[in-house]
Design a protein around this ligand. Structure first.
Ligand code: ADP
Ligand code: MG
Length: 268
């Protein structure tokens, strides 16, 4: 049987940040191929460029060099408007700190991307159908009994479930998850990964997950490691995960985007 063609692929990605006099060369030639239906995890030390890579793959940012293809089409160099439209339909994002809007209920948070992406009239006509879908999704992630709760009335695990439902509302082909269990205790972290695993296995969702948590790697199909600006383990089976060399202690500091930024908004 021939290998299925890749759904998402990156070739020779380079990314350097320049801030005042500080030049940080983060990615130095990353090659990565993700198959449809795969659950891939990316590990690496704090600061190794995991979030940067996820942002490039999801077209939230552009590489300095290299190319990204989705379903055979080059996506890293699309004009902004086309790229935004493509991103809305292709990628869902979840983050370590959920980025839910505090004044909105769980249901409203899930609907928010749809409110933003539809015209007023479009929203008016579709609002029942979309509310129905959002309710179903919250049910699917185990939050059917928390529709009208606001984020402060939810646990961390529940907030991440709401964020997952929000990421799925636009029916993405690929879910990009940046340290989704990084702010949760072990039991809640395991539950979230189990949910991601179910979405991958039952709904065929392709997932790329960045994590520090070695214990949850075994839930994924494949583990790659980002080190020195490159992927240094091209295709380790997940069974090998516990034997991955620990490259220093997992960092204690949360490495999330600044709290004043709502990264998923850029994903709209
Ligand atoms: P990881 O997610 O693996 O912890 P990041 O991709 O967030 O790593 O960051 C990689 C490096 O790039 C870090 O040294 C970080 O300080 C730097 N960096 C990330 N984003 C920016 C930015 N917007 N401007 C300048 N430097 C950045
Ligand atoms: Mg990060």
């Amino acid at each position: 049987m021939s290998e299925p063609s890749p759904l998402l692929s990156a070739a020779g990605l380079h990314k350097t940040y320049r801030k005042h006099a500080v030049v940080t060369e983060v990615l130095k030639g990353v090659d990565l191929t993700v198959r449809a239906g795969e659950f891939l995890s990316i590990v690496g030390n704090s600061g190794s460029g995991k979030s940067t890579l996820l942002h490039l793959l999801g077209t939230l940012d552009r590489p300095d060099q290299g190319q990204i293809h989705f379903d055979g089409e080059r996506i890293d160099d699309l004009p902004a408007e086309r790229r935004d439209r493509m991103r809305n339909g292709v990628f869902g994002f979840i983050f370590q700190f959920y980025h839910l809007l505090p004044e909105l209920t769980a249901l409203e948070n899930v609907l928010m991307p749809m409110m933003i992406s539809h015209s007023v009239l479009g929203w008016y006509w579709k609002r029942r159908e979309l509310r129905h879908r959002a309710t179903e999704l919250l049910d699917r992630v185990g939050l059917g009994h928390r529709l009208t709760h606001k984020p402060r009335e939810l646990s961390g695990g529940e907030m991440q479930r709401a964020a997952i439902a929000r990421a799925l509302i636009a029916r993405p082909r690929v879910l990009l998850a940046d340290e989704p269990t990084g702010n949760l205790d072990a039991a809640n972290g395991t539950d979230i990964v189990r949910l991601l695993r179910d979405l991958n296995r039952q709904d065929g969702l392709t997932i790329i997950m960045v994590t520090h948590n070695m214990e949850i790697l075994s839930a994924t199909d494949r583990v790659v490691r980002l080190a020195a600006g490159r992927i240094d383990r091209p295709a380790a089976p997940a069974e090998d995960a516990p034997t991955l060399p620990a490259d220093g202690p997992a960092d204690e500091m949360p490495d999330a985007s600044p709290p004043d930024v709502l990264p998923w908004r850029r994903a709209l």
